[in-house]
Design a protein around this ligand. Structure first.
Ligand code: FES
Length: 177
């Protein structure tokens, strides 16, 4: 096992343990922090989490694999989840996906050639009233999208400008948990 929590993550782990009266409740927020640090939940990372939580690696994998918010393969810096459920489909999500496939040079796993993006098709993101919707990095929503808006978002992210400035702050303060 080569992965170990960074000193910052060790601190967050201690903070989580103090926040929840039941140790089991720490697992999901901790997995979010690990995913934010590593980019995905590698086997190494999940084994380390199991060791720290004093539970079996199988239990960690069982919990993590239940949620579509967790990723198990390395991918792009920005994970764009495109809702392709009915309302978003009727409002043009297939055109957004088509544009992304053509212009972002995605491989079969949805990773862009430049390594910046990973695109995933997901089920309803629970924001049907503002369809079509894309969720970025498990947190920020881009809503009422059209091709023009999507191109601007992709350009901004490619230039390293996170379109929702508060995201890093939320990670820092731990409110993502
Ligand atoms: S169908 Fe896309 S958010 Fe519900």
């Amino acid at each position: 096992m080569s992965y170990k929590f960074s000193p910052a993550l060790e601190k967050k782990f201690e903070w989580l343990k103090s926040r929840y009266p039941v140790q089991d409740a720490v697992l999901i927020p901790l997995l979010h922090f690990v995913q934010n640090e590593v980019g995905y939940l590698s086997l190494d990372a999940m084994e380390h989490v199991a060791e720290k939580m004093n539970i079996s690696p199988a239990r960690v994998k069982e919990v993590a694999s239940f949620y579509s918010l967790f990723r198990f393969e390395a991918g792009g810096k920005y994970v764009l989840q495109v809702c392709h459920n009915l309302t978003c489909y009727l409002k043009g999500s297939d055109q957004l996906l088509e544009w992304m496939e053509k212009n972002m040079e995605l491989d079969d796993s949805g990773n862009s050639k430049d390594g910046v993006f990973r695109v995933e098709r997901v089920e309803c993101l629970a924001s049907c009233g503002t369809a079509p919707v894309i969720q970025a990095n498990n947190w920020d929503y881009f809503e009422e999208l059209n091709l023009e808006k999507l191109q601007k978002i992709v350009e901004a992210l490619r230039a390293g400008k996170w379109a929702c400035a508060s995201y890093e702050d939320r990670i820092q303060e731990g409110s993502v948990a």
